[in-house]
Design a protein around this ligand. Sequence first.
Ligand code: FES
Length: 119
Amino acid sequence: MSAVLARNSSEEPSSYMEAIWLDIGPVDQLPALGARTLPVQGGEEIAIFRTANDAVFALRDACPHEGGPLSQGIVFGESVACPLHNWCIDLKSGTASAPDEGSVERFAVAVVDGVVELG
Ligand code: FES
């Protein structure tokens, strides 16, 4: 795993926008319509999801209902169904579909030249 430092092109040092992007490997290593988890020291794992269209999303691997492992859910469209009680979570926003309520933390993720980077 390597880190990439990204900054905007502003001349003003005070306006630097620093972000650390972690290279977490080739997108092909993510199962289509599935997920892999990324361990977080001292915290809950992050689930990296891949849709049928190769879109990639990152959410905390804990359902907003009772903390079920979203990484073990079923990915459909741009949502995941939690394996415990079938709540549907929008992968873009991390929000549960109505009538359920709640949301899970999401993370910036990008695919650059076939490599998944987590921001
Ligand atoms: S823990 Fe996910 S639906 Fe209940």
